[in-house]
Design a protein around this ligand. Structure first.
Ligand code: ZN
Length: 298
């Protein structure tokens, strides 16, 4: 083979390769509805069109035959919607409160066949777990687990009831009804507890006040001066010795300390922190009980 022919073959090969690359980069799109339709590029607007679709929709506007419009329509009509089975409510709960309400509102005040109820509340498609486990065998327990009726009562604020019944022919039945406003016991208890607690706090505060008075009275006085008024009543004045100035051999230390322990005990119960204890203030502790203006120190 001469050089000229070899060169020609090489150029031919390169051109073929370029053609393949160009085709891969810019393939003419196909009609998404029917691959056999004829697609052409309109040089006036640079859009690809489907000849058959334009001819089938004459008068509908040329843009309906555009390939990208046809593709969008195809995706919306054929691909967008998931048409297979989906998984039902995930997690531990098989039925939502709203669903419970919808079902039981329809069940209410009727004599229902338990066997049919079991089918209705059976497993949703794609699941083995029933919406609600219906007890159709053991007559000593409720047909519907009480937890569901409790949830329903909380959700609807009405107290839901159920009772087994039997048809004349022996058909096992159940009836659901409501009997008034639902008061969760839990709320009632906590309200009662709060009231009791408040009363107890009040009582304990009073107790502490009395103990503090007792404690204060235990502190001895100096410079006692007695005086008689015109009616002959005796009164006295003196200076009370603060705790810090009491002698070590004071005879009443044991009693005094026991009283302080009692005060601290009750303060702890009502949540008074050690730094806020009355025992930190004069005359028991170092901190002044009154401000310079005469107000109680906080
Ligand atoms: Zn087409």
């Amino acid at each position: 083979m001469c050089i000229k022919n070899r060169l020609r073959l090489a150029i031919y090969t390169i051109l073929q390769m370029l053609k393949v690359i160009t085709m891969a980069r810019d393939p003419t799109p196909k009609c998404p509805v029917d691959k056999s339709h004829t697609v052409f590029l309109d040089p006036t607007d640079n859009f690809y069109y489907c000849k058959e679709h334009i001819e089938a929709n004459l008068g509908a506007g040329k843009y309906h035959g555009r390939i990208d419009e046809l593709e969008r329509g195809w995706l919306i009509n054929m691909e967008l919607e998931y048409k297979e089975k989906t998984r039902e409510v995930s997690g531990r709960s098989t039925i939502t409160n709203e669903e419970l309400k919808t079902y039981f509102t329809r069940f209410k005040d009727k004599n229902l066949r338990i066997d049919v109820l079991k089918k209705i509340l059976g497993p949703p498609s794609g699941s083995d777990t029933p919406l609600i486990r219906v007890n159709d065998s053991n007559k000593s327990t409720a047909v519907i687990p009480s937890s569901y009726l409790l949830r329903l009562s909380r959700h609807t604020r009405e107290r839901w009831r159920q009772r087994r019944k039997t048809g004349e022919d022996g058909t096992p039945l159940v009836r659901f009804w409501t009997d008034g406003f639902y008061h969760p016991e839990r709320e009632k208890d906590s309200l009662l507890e709060r009231m009791q607690e408040a009363m107890e706090m009040e009582e304990i505060s009073e107790k502490i006040d009395n103990l503090v008075e007792d404690l204060e009275e235990m502190l001895p006085y100096t410079d006692i001066k007695t005086s008689k008024n015109e009616q002959g009543h005796v009164s006295w004045t003196g200076t009370q010795i603060p705790e810090g100035d009491l002698p070590d051999d004071w005879a009443r230390w044991e009693e005094y300390k026991a009283l302080k322990d009692a005060i601290r005990h009750w303060e702890t119960i009502i949540g008074v922190k050690k730094k806020d204890s009355i025992l930190n203030f004069e005359p028991f502790g170092e901190r002044p009980r009154y401000t310079e203006e005469g107000d109680l120190a906080q």
